[in-house]
Design a protein around this ligand. Structure first.
Ligand SMILES: *[C@@H]1O[C@H](CO)[C@@H](O)[C@H](O)[C@H]1NC(C)=O
Ligand SMILES: *[C@@H]1O[C@H](CO)[C@@H](O)[C@H](O)[C@H]1NC(C)=O
Ligand SMILES: *[C@@H]1O[C@H](CO)[C@@H](O)[C@H](O)[C@H]1NC(C)=O
Ligand SMILES: *[C@@H]1O[C@H](CO)[C@@H](O)[C@H](O)[C@H]1NC(C)=O
Length: 484
């Protein structure tokens, strides 16, 4: 028996070692929290560990998230939001405080493995009209100086996650690539600074957006199945837009004298809803294709063969993101808002994704349109508009998961979204004469009428009730002991 036990032990140990070694170079994920009901950080950290995800990119330096990451062994890129760039650019002291509070404190207080600071997020997007052009580099320099001053410059590297339109090609060939003319000099200064500090260039690449914004874009060129005819660039073949986009950057860097700057793909992914090209099948095809080609086979691109360093966008859906870029914005997760996997995705070692555990849901109740409601009631339109403005209707519309609903289904979907996002309050299902609460799941086919998860405040109440119960039983125990 003993021998059997110890051999099982060694097999398990061995499997663990393989798993650890195998996942060290694994793909990272972006963890954003623009959700009405975010999962508790500890639940997400467990989700990451259960799925063997070893690297995480954050958009902020949220203390609760960083605390949950303590001793997890997960490598972290913390972010500085764009609205802090002005202050950090103009004050060395502010940068030092930022580093002290948001990096040093976590490194020293028991092990959050912070590897990078992302200064700003896509600050040169053209929709920002140049707002952050004068502050990004000085903020980067001040943060670097603060890291150096605290003796962390070897351990923690700075970078700036940039949108891929900071470079472009005058033809379809990557070798014609260079930085965008209006920010050419600025880009060279930034790259020079990164290069001097051994820091990586971070870029977000979105084949989905290429397809979304250009109806003539060849769909298969967005994926990794060997699109033909491939683009021939001086003997190098490009059969997918990711390779071509990545190597346009490699050429832009090379042309300006920077051959060895490491490149990180800050965001890569595919949404699952909110557009006709955003669905589970295409997202699975894209993400699995990416992981298999660049992580499992470590193919690299024609200009940079070998391992690619990338963070999937994203880990979990965020139902409070701005939908200005499009309705798909709230559906980038490989997991739904509640930590349920959307589709099978092998991240290298494992074949499928593991769901979040210990998630508490609200009751099995939905808010829907009353069967007796009159669709010509003039309260219908304003009620739906109000619900959609204050909840999430991005799964309605042509080509989406609920695109096949009839008018009544549409109205119910909007009401239910509002009701769930408002924690199933009775007052959130009071659309005048139109709505009612039901315990019959209205979901049909791909269209899921979701039940919201409990938030921290709801869990807090539960926690207190549980604590009171425990106190009660302990007292009861003492009373019984005394009596006996
Ligand atoms: C959703 O986002 C808006 C605008 O960014 C913000 O004002 C609001 O507080 C957020 N709501 C929740 C529940 O997080
Ligand atoms: C640390 O980061 C948080 C989140 O971005 C920010 O609100 C806070 O101001 C930062 N602390 C300092 C001292 O800059
Ligand atoms: C950028 O400029 C456009 C047109 O002038 C304006 O509508 C938009 O609000 C501006 N955006 C920002 C972020 O300043
Ligand atoms: C349902 O709502 C969506 C989004 O508001 C709209 O595009 C669609 O036409 C509606 N469908 C029906 C049948 O009313």
């Amino acid at each position: 028996m003993e021998g059997e036990k110890s051999s099982i032990f060694f097999v398990l140990l061995f499997l663990n070692v393989i798993w650890l070694v195998g996942s060290v170079s694994g793909i990272g994920v972006n963890w954003g929290i623009q959700s009405t009901h975010p999962l508790p950080p500890s639940t997400v950290v467990k989700l990451l560990k259960d799925n063997g995800i070893q690297r995480v990119k954050l958009f902020d330096a949220d203390p609760d998230i960083l605390d949950a990451m303590k001793k997890s062994g997960i490598q972290v890129m913390v972010g500085i939001p764009n609205d802090m760039l002005y202050t950090l650019a103009n004050s060395v002291q502010a940068a030092e405080k930022w580093v002290s509070k948001n990096v040093s404190a976590h490194l020293s207080s028991g092990g959050v493995d912070i590897r990078y600071v992302a200064v700003g997020n896509e600050p040169f997007l053209s929709t920002y009209n140049g707002t952050y052009e004068s502050t990004t580099l000085p903020a980067l320099q001040n943060i670097q100086a603060a890291l150096t001053k605290s003796g962390l410059s070897n351990r923690v590297k700075v970078t700036v996650p940039l949108n891929a339109d900071v470079y472009q090609s005058s033809s379809e060939k990557p070798s014609d690539g260079d930085f965008r003319p209006d920010i050419h000099d600025l880009m060279l200064q930034i790259v020079k600074f990164l290069s001097q500090n051994g820091a990586p260039f971070t870029v977000n690449i979105y084949p989905f957006i290429s397809l979304y914004s250009d109806p003539n874009f060849p769909v298969d060129y967005a994926f990794f199945n060997g699109y033909q005819p491939a683009i021939n660039d001086n003997g190098k073949n490009y059969d997918n837009v990711f390779d071509a986009n990545h190597d346009t950057l490699v050429w832009a860097l090379q042309k300006n004298g920077f051959t060895n700057v490491p490149i990180i793909i800050g965001e890569i992914g595919w949404p699952t809803d909110g557009d006709k090209n955003a669905n589970l099948q295409l997202a699975q095809r894209f993400n699995q294709g990416f992981v298999s080609r660049y992580y499992v086979s470590q193919k690299g691109t024609p200009m940079r063969p070998g391992p690619v360093d990338a963070y999937l966008f994203s880990l979990i859906d965020e139902d409070n993101k701005s939908i200005r870029p499009g309705n798909f914005e709230r559906h980038w997760g490989i997991f739904y808002f509640d930590g349920q996997p959307k589709y099978q995705l092998g991240l290298g070692q494992s074949k499928g994704l593991v769901a979040a555990s210990g998630v508490d849901y609200l009751a099995k109740k939905w808010c829907v349109l009353k069967p007796s409601a009159n669709l010509n009631d003039d309260q219908v339109a304003p009620s739906v508009a109000y619900a959609c403005e204050n909840a999430d209707c991005t799964s309605l519309g042509y080509g989406t998961s609920c695109g096949n609903l009839d008018v009544k289904g549409n109205i119910s979907y909007a009401f239910n979204s509002y009701y769930q996002i408002h924690d199933q309050l009775d007052s959130a299902c009071k659309f005048p004469g139109l709505s009612m609460i039901t315990d019959k799941d209205p979901s049909v086919g791909t269209c899921k009428f979701r039940i919201m998860i409990q938030t921290d405040s709801a869990a807090g109440i539960d926690g207190r009730i549980w604590f009171l119960r425990k106190v009660f039983f302990v007292l009861l125990f003492y009373i019984i002991t005394i009596i006996m």
